[in-house]
Design a protein around this ligand. Structure first.
Ligand code: URA
Length: 285
């Protein structure tokens, strides 16, 4: 087929489509046309005695569509969640959690992510923040909230006297996310992905034992409280959160990336952090 000349408008639209699909990094200098690679042909089951190696093309991983892999992820979630629970229960420290997640292969996000991204901040802090999922910068650095929304979050935390590098439990925070690998293209994590990561997050909470939990945005706020209303309806609300060996007061607030898109809402988020600060210093009851 003759190649059409590249029109800059088309090229831009193609690039935007690729980024939206999650292909936002170049992994090699030359592109590979995977459609021209011979498709995998279904093989008859071979007797185990046959030792001849399969031809190259047949050994290539089959190309699956996002819908296909999502359906598979939901299908495998029951066993995977049980495995995750078992592995998480055996963790006695944050290092154990990281080591367990490095071994845990059931979550499909791991295959497309560059790095595992588990936590940052002071593990003695009274306040724990929970975001949705690592983004591109977090995936590169392996640390939550280091990109643009993280920079805004750091400004808010510093103004509130709760920097993530604060040394005392009263003036610092511990930060994690609902899932520990970046969803491709920054899409929302699926139900299955959240369910598989949840036992590890619950174990992190048990180990850190926060007195306050701040959920950043709708996904963590709804998942951690069971509320079904949207974040703009529940932000500013406090909930009781019981964990294995303690309890915390949980606050739902707006996600910093929402604040970047809607700067006029920053005053609401600031109101929430002031309420948190008041509770922390014992003035808010
Ligand atoms: N958004 C999140 O929810 N978490 C991060 O770590 C970064 C961006």
């Amino acid at each position: 087929m003759a190649q059409k000349p590249v029109q800059s408008d088309n090229a831009l639209a193609d690039l935007q489509w690729l980024v939206a699909m999650g292909a936002d990094e170049a992994v090699a200098d030359e592109p590979i046309d995977r459609f021209s690679i011979a498709p995998v042909v279904a093989q008859k089951p071979q007797p185990v005695t046959q030792s001849k190696p399969a031809p190259q093309a047949a050994r290539r991983a089959p190309v699956t569509s996002p819908v296909h892999s999502q359906a598979r992820a939901v299908e495998i979630s029951d066993n995977s969640v049980a495995d995750a629970r078992k592995m998480a229960a055996e963790c006695g420290s944050l290092n154990d959690i990281v080591a367990a997640l490095e071994k845990f292969d059931a979550c499909a996000l791991k295959r497309t992510a560059t790095n595992l991204c588990v936590y940052d901040g002071n593990d003695k802090a009274k306040v724990m923040l929970i975001g949705e999922a690592p983004g591109r910068d977090e995936d590169i650095q392996g640390k939550p909230f280091v990109g643009r929304s993280g920079q805004l979050l750091d400004k808010i935390l510093t103004l509130a006297g709760l920097p993530r590098d604060g040394e005392s439990p009263d003036n610092s925070v511990f930060i994690s996310n609902m899932v520990f690998w970046r969803p491709p293209g920054n899409r929302k994590p699926t139900e299955a992905e959240i369910m598989m990561c949840m036992p590890f997050l619950a174990r992190i909470i048990d180990i850190v034992r926060p007195q306050f939990i701040v959920c950043l945005g709708g996904v963590p706020s709804q998942r951690m409280t069971g509320e079904t209303k949207g974040i703009t309806k529940i932000r500013g609300r406090w909930f009781d959160y019981q964990y294995e060996n303690g309890k915390a007061q949980l606050l739902a607030t707006l996600h910093p990336s929402y604040l970047l898109r809607n700067p006029e809402q920053k005053r609401l988020a600031w109101r929430d952090f002031l309420a948190l600060k008041q509770k922390l210093t014992g003035q808010g009851g």
